[in-house]
Write a new protein. Structure first.
Length: 730
């Protein structure tokens, strides 16, 4: 016979002990209004509405994982409101609409610390290398699967994972499901919820025709036979009875749907093939978009954006799926579409066939997947904040120099040698500044260009005015940046506000043909620190000292002091303002997914503590991060708000500030040269310049073209004046 027991708060049930010796024995689950199945096969009912420990690793001093869950009442039908999973130092809070990792929102697919988090319209799945898988159907059912390594190591509503120990016996006394469940309540501040009561109000014996039919169907009908051969249906029949007892009207078949779904899921876990038992009149499911409902579908339902193949392992689930031959559009949410109609997403949505270029790759959207090819794009070496070097191959190191050093040298042609002057900054023993840069063209000592930190440019020690066009082109990209462009694949960006920083870019034709502080440009990091003698040094100090251009300079010594330890005031300033780089609410946040800000944060605190003019060094690091973002296709603007804003407010009269200059500064002098413009194949830079349509005259004022003076034979001729050239009057 089947029995219903009514209690004051909610129906609580008969405990059925069942040991299942197959794949199901590694699975714990909860479903419906209040049903639970432990790893050991115990199916019981617990109607608690607080947050509970579903399963935790409890037999170790260091807990590797825990899974908590909570139900909420929605129109009289309890649903799972959230799942909280802790894996070592990672804390995931999962709701239907949002997933956070350590309190920060994340998007799926998510990979970190051996944890893989994926989602699709049917399920959310978390899988970790520690041996745990958690799946939630975004509604009433949660499943946890553990590796066999955790046998006899767990606690929580899922039990102790030990089929030879009755988890419902405590201190020699058999306890009820209510007492068992209340033991695993998670106490949260301000969480106002009551423990379910066991006080019995009324007991009656009822035979429910609907569950009789369920019994008959599971026991005899052929479509369920592959399930009943693998799974004992009795606990689920009892759960069905409790579902019906909990209904306001015993003829409401909807009450048993969740238990039938769970039996179907357990059947799939055990290797069976449940039938499509739902009908339009019985437990019908309304699917969104143009999807169809399947009882034993694959959680690796194809979508446009997500490769869900890892979700397929050993699991079949019920839910809404796309018809055969289609995929779900999780980009523009257009429902089930043909794969050929899929779009791709990277900062914005791209249609199939559209191209996105970034750094050294060109990517084409092909049916929802990016097909990327490596471009023969230039590589860049940088000297930033006077002491931080990034090689052509991407290796980074810190060196505090006091000499001229060979930054990069073309040893094959040779077409150039680039030297940098690194010296201790004025009045600062521990700060290092980049003071000047020299370029020997064709290694000719009589053809030397020199750029200094104050923005002046000299050729063979003679001051030259910009723009300058000869065998190379030199021009102002903005008031902060000077560009040198050549016809032989070398480009140099010299930043001189707020401090001098240098970026040397070389075309791919120079691969494996360079040497110096910038490395050998062979796309191998391990041998970048190669000395002039061909030895690979193990430290940045030994490597950098080997590239002194003047052997009279002393070798520098290792610097171990933390500059922030010397001044609490400097440390507070550095950490306060540098934290903007990491903040999810700052103007830098748009680039976090493309360029990791952590290394720039460390450089920022170091430079700000080490620098005499802390704000200048702080702003230099901020501009370095903005440039790195621009190289990846993310153009940051407004990052100078609240800090570094003195540069946006100090433009000369008639000039304007912009974050995205990508042309040379137009000058009156350039109008009289053969080359009046420049190529724009350089990254956008910030700084001051003339508005569109105006030209910078010899006094640094932006004027219309009509008011520009002429320039002839190193002399300016004012507008309206005339001169004679070769007996002709102009």
């Amino acid at each position: 016979m089947l029995f219903c027991y009514y209690f004051k708060r909610r129906s609580v049930v008969i405990l059925i002990i069942l040991i299942i010796r197959n794949h199901v024995s590694n699975i714990c689950s909860t479903w419906g209004r209040e049903h639970f199945k432990t790893f050991d096969g115990n199916v019981y009912q617990f109607p608690g509405m607080c947050e509970y420990n579903l399963v935790s690793d409890c037999h170790e001093t260091y807990q590797e994982f825990s899974v908590h869950m909570k139900r909420k009442d929605k129109d009289g039908n309890p649903q799972v409101s959230h799942v909280v999973v802790t894996i070592n130092d990672l804390l995931f809070h999962i709701t239907k609409d949002m997933i956070t990792a350590n309190n920060l929102p994340v998007e799926t697919p998510y990979y970190n610390g051996g944890v893989q988090l994926e989602s699709n319209p049917v399920y959310i799945k978390l899988q970790s290398k520690v041996g745990i898988t958690v799946m939630w159907n975004r509604d009433d059912a949660v499943m946890v699967e553990l590796d066999a390594d955790y046998v006899n190591r767990t606690c929580g509503l899922c039990g102790d994972f030990n089929p030879f120990h009755n988890e419902f016996v405590h201190n020699g006394r058999e306890i009820s499901p209510i007492e068992f469940g209340n033991k695993h309540k998670v106490h949260r501040p301000n969480d106002d919820c009551e423990d379910p009561s066991e006080e019995e109000e009324e007991s009656l014996e009822t035979v429910l025709d609907s569950c009789k039919e369920f019994v008959s169907a599971l026991s005899s009908e052929y479509p369920w036979s592959s399930c009943t051969r693998r799974i004992n249906p009795e606990p689920y029949i009892q759960a069905c009875v409790q579902d019906m007892c909990g209904c306001a009207n015993n003829t409401n078949y909807f009450c048993v749907c969740s238990t039938l779904s769970e039996f179907s899921r357990q059947c799939s876990h055990a290797g069976g093939h449940p039938p499509n038992w739902r009908t339009p009149q019985f437990c019908a499911k309304q699917c969104p978009y143009n999807m169809i409902y399947e009882e034993s579908g694959s959680p690796c339902m194809d979508t446009c954006a997500l490769d869900t193949s890892s979700l397929c392992e050993d699991h079949k689930i019920d839910g809404c799926f796309c018809p055969p031959g289609t995929v779900f559009d999780d980009i523009s949410m257009r429902g089930c579409i043909a794969q050929s109609e899929c779009q791709c997403k990277h900062n914005k949505i791209y249609n199939s066939g559209e191209v996105y270029r970034q750094d050294r790759e060109e990517c084409t959207c092909v049916e929802g997947r990016w097909a990327c090819e490596s471009l023969l794009a230039p590589a860049t070496c940088a000297v930033e904040e006077g002491s931080h070097v990034t090689t052509f191959d991407g290796k980074t190191y810190t060196f505090h120099g006091d000499c001229y050093y060979t930054l990069a040298k073309d040893h094959a042609s040779p077409k150039f040698t680039i030297l940098v002057q690194l010296v201790p900054c004025a009045n600062q023993e521990f700060d290092t500044c980049l003071k000047s840069l020299k370029i020997l063209l064709n290694n000719d000592k009589n053809n030397v260009l020199m750029f200094t930190s104050d923005g002046t440019v000299k050729q063979n020690m003679q001051l030259i005015s910009l723009p300058y066009h000869s065998d190379v082109s030199i021009f102002h990209a903005s008031s902060f940046h000077i560009l040198l462009q050549t016809s032989f694949g070398l480009q140099i960006q010299i930043q001189h506000v707020p401090v001098m920083q240098v970026y040397v870019s070389l075309e791919q034709s120079y691969r494996a043909k360079t040497k110096g502080l910038c490395g050998n440009y062979n796309m191998v990091l391990s041998d970048d620190m190669k000395t002039p003698q061909g030895m690979v040094e193990g430290t940045a100090l030994m490597f950098s000292n080997s590239w002194k251009a003047n052997l009279m300079c002393k070798d520098r010594e290792e610097r171990l002091e933390d500059p922030c330890s010397l001044s609490m005031e400097n440390e507070w300033y550095a950490k306060h303002w540098c934290a903007l780089l990491l903040s999810p609410d700052s103007n830098f946040a748009a680039c976090h997914s493309v360029v990791d800000p952590e290394i720039y944060y460390k450089r920022c605190t170091y430079a700000s503590c080490n620098c005499e003019k802390s704000e200048d060094c702080l702003c230099a690091v901020f501009s370095s991060y903005a440039r790195a973002c621009a190289s990846k296709g993310v153009l940051l603007t407004d990052w100078r708000e609240n800090v570094c804003d003195k540069y946006t407010k100090s433009c000369p009269t008639s000039q304007i500030f912009s974050y995205k200059h990508q042309r040379c500064q137009l000058t009156c002098r350039s109008l009289s040269t053969m080359q009046q413009s420049c190529t724009s194949d350089f990254l956008p830079v910030d700084g001051c310049s003339c508005p569109e349509g105006l030209y910078l005259n010899e006094n640094g004022i932006c004027v219309p073209m009509a008011k520009c003076p002429c320039y002839y034979n190193e002399v300016y001729v004012k507008s309206g004046k005339s001169i004679s050239i070769k007996d002709e009057h102009w």
